[in-house]
Design a binder for this molecule. Structure first.
Ligand SMILES: Cc1cc2nc3c(=O)[nH]c(=O)nc-3n(C[C@H](O)[C@H](O)[C@H](O)COP(=O)(O)O)c2cc1C
Ligand SMILES: Nc1ncnc2c1ncn2[C@@H]1O[C@H](COP(=O)(O)OP(=O)(O)O)[C@@H](O)[C@H]1O
Length: 323
């Protein structure tokens, strides 16, 4: 069993509260395989010196401040990220707002700040990590200046997939395309959303397929409308399920949402939190001319989802990273 991860939203004198600090630095949106390598390296190093594993990151994406195009939509929700960080062995998460003043910090000032609040034995970064005003700080600079403060820098090489480094940007593109297979390969765990079940039009049960509905939020990168093979974690049990993301065009239209029909389940889920993990895209959402056509399509979607879940079964053990 893991001890709970402590979270701070401001910088305090961590050095006097925790011993032998090792800090992983980065934005870590999505916590993909490359991020996991950096954080695992930090945790291993901390274990070796009987110390404390820290992740130091930001509540908002730095690009919200420094990029005229604004911040990209997030890959993972806060809840999903925290579960993964805890499972990777992080003891303390420090997440502070990235403000215009912070963006103006010079690389030297940033390293001084690390020393002042963390006095880390080690910092761990990815090879393409940048920091400080206009992102001019590099891992080499961190290593050079860090030594003056007796901070050792560990630089992790990018993890490649098809000979190209795995990046959050690449994963966002696959999500936009609904390419779950690639999304999950690069994340190293199934793309997952956690949400609370809300009321819909109470129509699903009449169609013979009740669907637990979950509102979608604009600031997360989400999959395109369509039908997906998913699993649902509820009350410590993983169920096979089939999800539809969209506006139900067969019935006019509704707010965009995700709805999940859970197989071999009967119960009241309103107001309950469920965790939905995506495994394969099945088809696009479309308008049907009759309700009977929609019903027979949902029947075949369900069979298709069952088959897809059998095919991807070997990958599903990675769900443990998000639980
Ligand atoms: C597997 C699955 C596939 C679906 N595909 C479509 C679709 O292609 N077009 C559509 O209009 N609605 C589709 N729906 C949504 C149904 O219209 C919706 O579940 C139903 O209207 C119930 O809505 P309610 O939850 O508000 O009661 C699908 C639902 C499921 C479970
Ligand atoms: N197998 C199931 N899958 C999903 N929801 C189920 C299932 N069995 C019962 N339910 C319940 O039924 C509700 C969905 O029924 P539905 O008629 O689609 O209503 P709504 O339009 O409010 O979502 C869920 O929120 C849940 O409480």
């Amino acid at each position: 069993m893991f001890s709970p991860m402590k979270t701070y939203h401001q910088l305090v004198d961590f050095a006097s509260k925790y011993k032998n600090i090792v800090v992983a630095l980065g934005m870590f949106d999505g916590l993909h395989i490359g991020h996991q390598k950096i954080i695992r390296t930090a945790a291993e190093q901390a274990n070796r010196i009987h110390g404390t594993t820290f992740v130091f990151s930001f509540t908002n994406h730095p690009r919200a401040i420094v990029d005229s195009l604004g911040a990209p939509r997030r890959i993972s929700s806060e809840q999903v990220s925290r579960r993964i960080l805890r499972n990777l062995g992080v003891d303390v998460l420090v997440e502070i707002p990235f403000t215009p003043a912070f963006a103006d910090t010079s690389p030297e000032e940033f390293i001084h700040l690390l020393y002042r609040y963390f006095s880390p034995q080690y910092v761990v970064v990815g090879e393409n990590y940048t920091f400080g005003r206009k992102g001019v700080g590099t891992p080499q600079l961190l290593r050079g200046i860090g030594r003056r403060y007796t901070i050792e820098t560990i630089v992790c090489a990018s993890v490649l997939y098809d000979n190209v480094p795995i990046s959050s940007t690449r994963i966002r593109t696959y999500i936009e395309q609904g390419d779950i297979t690639h999304v999950n390969e690069l994340l190293g765990y199934p793309f997952t959303m956690i949400g609370t079940v809300i009321h819909g039009q109470a129509r699903g049960r009449l169609l013979g397929f009740p669907t637990a509905n979950i509102a979608l939020f604009e600031f997360y990168e989400i999959l395109p409308n369509g039908v997906y093979a998913v699993t649902v974690l509820y009350h410590n049990h993983i169920y096979s399920a089939v999800a539809n993301i969209g506006n139900n065009p067969t019935f006019g239209s509704c707010d965009r949402r995700m709805e999940v029909h859970i197989m071999d389940f009967d119960g009241d889920l309103y107001g309950k939190k469920i965790l939905v993990s995506f495994h394969k895209r099945i088809r696009s959402e479309r308008r049907f001319d009759s309700v009977d056509e929609l019903i027979s399509q949902i029947k075949s979607d369900k069979e298709c989802a069952e088959r897809a879940l059998q095919e991807t079964f070997h990958l599903q053990e990675k769900i443990s990273m998000v639980i």
